[in-house]
Design a protein around this ligand. Structure first.
Ligand code: AMP
Ligand code: MG
Length: 401
């Protein structure tokens, strides 16, 4: 452990202990609920399927009538999906279609491929097994069973499942209001001319995009000059309007770094040096009722620290039950022979052979590495990697969930 540095896990523990799920719950139409966080577990009020029904187009029969191939049965009824049949009399069959209810008395469906229609009759060429192609009532979901747990981000199949038991609205956590601002006198917005010495405010796009991916209601206060008064003013406004404030830059302790004194003047702050690369400085505090997380300004650092720290903090604030990303064990198809003493988050990409390639430059100013990559390798301190080693891989697809 490096002197004076906090480990990622120590910082995460403090951060997560300070995250409170938003209390407000709102009823939202199920059709609008995808991507939102479910506040309460959902229970089915009905059986699914609600009745015994056919899994195939074919003929419903009494299996006792078809003890040998080529049984000839009178087709006494025709049952389409949405219709209801009558009792199936012995020695008769019902023409039936997928999803249609099984007529009382029938105990097997014969696929139409194994039947030959013959006027009013059907010749059943194959002996069916009892229960064949019958979907029994409640075989998927029994009335009273839990269908969705609390604290998940609803995916399309989840809202579909809720709808399948007739739920038309769901209790969702209110969206988290996330305030963003970007410190630095050097910053210029794309579209404006770039005077000498200035750079474009790329972090605004990266962090704003991340906030949108996580389903936040984003309040973007834009560029804030490197001055105590300007930083304090935007902090006051953001604290009144947001649940969480995330900023980039100005968290070092240089002369032009005003985040620390501004947050201290308006609220309270912990300023950490974290044993991670990229990253290092990170600020965590509160301003009024809002939580504050100050990320470093380097484009790769702010991106990675957002994913490692802001992401779980946000998920917890959103009311998610599972906030830590699930890593995958993956094979490194590269050597990493000079590891840092700090925990590293290396930009990597999976190849067609099921392994990982590394971006040649891991400099925290090289944003290209993040756009090239499809995930991060979470590499322990002082840990060299040799081709073929298994590493802890965090794909962006997991981190963006
Ligand atoms: P700072 O953390 O303010 O010392 O900034 C560290 C580095 O990140 C400096 O090179 C800044 O110019 C750069 N930087 C800070 N904010 C941004 C931003 N919003 N977009 C792109 N680069 C930034
Ligand atoms: Mg700065």
């Amino acid at each position: 452990m490096n002197k004076g540095l906090l480990s990622v896990d120590e910082a995460l523990e403090v951060l997560l202990a300070g995250a409170r799920p938003v209390a407000e719950v709102e009823e939202v139409a199920t059709l609008e609920a995808t991507g939102r966080v479910l506040a309460r577990a959902q229970v089915s009020g009905m059986d699914v399927p609600p009745m015994d029904n056919s899994a195939m187009d074919g003929y419903a029969v009494r299996s006792a009538d078809v003890r040998a191939p080529d049984a000839r049965l009178k087709v006494a009824q025709r049952i389409q999906a949405g219709a209801v049949g009558r009792v199936l009399e012995p020695a008769t069959a019902a023409r039936i279609f997928t999803g249609a209810p099984i007529p009382p008395g029938a105990d097997a469906i014969v696929m139409q491929e194994f039947c030959a229609a013959d006027g009013e009759f059907v010749v059943v060429k194959k002996v069916p097994e009892k229960e064949a192609w019958i979907r029994r009532r409640a075989s998927d979901i029994a009335r009273g069973a839990q269908i969705l747990p609390a604290g998940i981000r609803l995916r399309p199949q989840d809202t579909g499942l809720a709808a399948s038991v007739g739920i038309k609205a769901l209790p969702l956590r209110r969206r988290v209001r996330l305030g963003l601002f970007f410190t630095g006198d050097e910053l210029v917005m794309p579209g404006d001319p770039l005077p000498p010495g200035r750079i474009y405010n790329s972090n605004r796009f990266t962090l704003n995009g991340l906030a949108q991916i996580f389903g936040c209601e984003v309040r973007d206060y834009g560029i804030v000059p490197d001055s105590l008064e300007a930083t304090r003013a935007v902090l006051r406004r953001a604290a009144a309007e947001c649940d969480v404030i995330v900023t980039s830059g100005g968290v070092s302790v240089g002369d032009a770094d005003f985040v620390k004194p501004a947050v201290e003047a308006e609220g309270s702050l912990l300023l950490w040096k974290i044993a991670m690369k990229p990253g290092r400085p990170l600020a965590f505090g509160t301003v009024g009722k809002a939580a504050f997380i100050g990320l470093p300004g380097n484009p790769v650092s702010s991106f990675v620290t957002f994913l490692i720290f802001v992401r779980p903090f946000l998920l917890k604030t959103q009311g998610m039950a599972q906030v830590m990303p699930r890593a995958i064990e993956a094979r490194a198809d590269f050597d990493w022979s000079e590891p840092d003493a700090r925990r590293e988050f290396l930009r990597v990409k999976s190849n067609a052979k099921g392994g990982l390639e590394i971006y040649p430059t891991q400099d925290s100013a090289v944003l290209t590495s993040t756009a090239w990559a499809d995930g991060l390798v979470d590499n322990p301190p002082n840990h060299a990697i040799r081709k073929g080693d298994l590493v802890r891989y965090l794909p962006f697809s997991e981190l963006y969930g």
